[in-house]
Every structure is written in structure tokens, then in C-alpha cells.
Design a protein around this ligand. Structure first.
Ligand code: CA
Length: 237
């Protein structure tokens, strides 16, 4: 799994450094910014998994940056935790009203910081898991477990559904049959490689009437991939 990246926005180098070391040791990729403008650029370009945002920054405050991020559709999904020395209750309310996902008062322990970060990341990946995925009109809604193709229902079995869900959330990457077994069937189930091919065939058949079967591509010598960049028809098994 790809390590999650955390952007630390703090003008005081010593505090930034201390947090960076703790996050690095916990296995996160650390990005750093010393003011709101620099932070905004990094958020747009690098899409960090979470932003730790100090309230007191020179120029645009952390609170103001949080509001801007949450107002803008392209950045509002990025989780934000506000860090501050202000401990009063109304500051906390103001912090959370800015749209921030959580609020931590300085001084805090590394342990507290990490547990709050993990909690916010868990909530945000949960929200992401509930968002429908749409690829050129093929739409998977994880909440209702429905697949539609240009708004028409696509019928398929539960295994084909799980396979398609895995593919649509991991597009443009080739997977071996054993990786797919781990990810879709779960590690300890005994399933033959051939079984995967059978389900792939069923999935393609379900998608075929809508012209989406070409998204399920055979990667010779490897396995399969989901790609909307269709290079001709998918190869026959
Ligand atoms: Ca500061």
C-alpha cells in the first residue's frame, strides 16, 4: 500500500521539524510548508492525504486557509487538522467551523498527534469508499451496490461486482492473478487461477451489451488491468 503523505504547515522551523521527525518515524511521507501560499501550492500539486495546519501563520492565517480549502470543490476533500496554542473553547469552535476535520491544542504529545491523524484518515477513507466511481458512463455505486451503464442497470453476480469494484478503484494498473486473489477473494481462500479467468469472462459478458467490456484488459504474461484507454478490443482468453 502506498504510504500516506502529510503536509505540515507551520512557520516555526523547530516545531515543524519536530513534527516531521515523528511523522517520518511513523511511516508517513512528510511535506512541509512555512506559509499559507506555499501550502496551497503543495496541496494542489501533490494532493497530500492530510494537512496539519498551524493557526498562527504570517500573512494568511491557518484558519483562513482551512476555510478556503473547504470552500473550493477541488480541495474540500483534503482532511485538515488545525494546530493551535489557543485553548479557549470559542477558538475550538471557530476552528471546527472553518471546516477543519479536527483541532489539536499545543502542546501535544506525539502519541496524541498520531492517534488524531489516524482517526481523521480513517474517516476520510471511509467517505472516499462511499463515493460512486464513474468511468465514461460506467458507474459503480458502493452504497447501493449498483452498476449502471449510461443509467441502465447492469446485472452481475456478487463476485463479478467485487472484481469490478476492485478494478474501478485501481485503474490503469496491471495485477497478477495472485494479487487479485488476495485483494478480491481475501488471502486464505483456496481459489484456482482458472476461477479468476471464469469470473473475468462473466464480467466482460455483463459489460459487453453496453460496450464496456474492453475496459477489462488481459495483460499478457501478467494478468489483468482495468483501463478506459482502450487499445482495440480486449484480447480473448
Ligand atoms: Ca506558527
Amino acid at each position: 500500500m502506498k504510504a500516506e503523505s502529510i503536509l505540515i504547515v507551520e512557520d516555526e522551523a523547530a516545531i515543524r521539524e519536530m513534527i516531521a521527525i515523528a511523522l517520518d518515524m511513523a511511516g508517513f511521507i512528510v511535506l512541509e510548508a512555512e506559509d499559507a501560499q506555499q501550502a496551497h501550492r503543495i496541496i494542489v500539486d501533490e494532493r497530500p492525504s492530510l494537512v496539519l495546519l498551524d493557526w498562527m501563520l504570517p500573512g494568511i492565517s491557518g484558519l483562513e486557509l482551512a476555510r478556503r480549502l473547504k470552500r473550493d470543490e477541488s480541495t474540500q476533500e483534503v482532511p485538515v487538522i488545525i494546530l493551535t496554542a489557543k485553548g479557549e473553547e470559542d477558538n475550538k469552535i471557530q476552528g471546527l467551523e472553518s471546516g477543519a476535520d479536527d483541532y489539536i491544542t499545543k502542546p501535544f504529545s506525539t502519541r496524541e498527534l498520531l492517534s488524531r491523524i489516524k482517526a481523521v484518515l480513517r474517516r476520510s477513507s471511509h467517505r472516499a469508499a462511499e463515493r460512486a466511481i464513474d468511468v465514461q458512463g460506467l458507474r459503480l455505486d458502493p452504497v447501493s451496490h449498483r452498476i449502471t451503464a449510461h443509467d441502465k442497470a447492469v446485472e452481475m453476480g456478487p463476485t463479478e461486482y467485487r472484481l469490478l469494484e476492485f478494478f474501478m478503484s485501481h485503474q490503469e494498473r496491471a495485477y497478477t492473478r495472485s494479487q487479485m486473489l488476495d485483494q478480491v477473494w481475501g488471502g486464505n481462500v483456496y481459489v484456482e487461477d482458472r476461477t479468476i479467468d471464469v469470473h473475468i469472462r462473466r464480467l466482460r459478458k455483463a459489460l459487453e451489451p453496453f460496450g464496456f467490456d474492453g475496459f477489462i484488459q488481459t495483460v499478457r504474461g501478467t494478468g489483468y488491468r482495468f483501463s478506459s484507454k482502450v487499445e482495440g478490443r480486449s484480447e480473448a482468453l
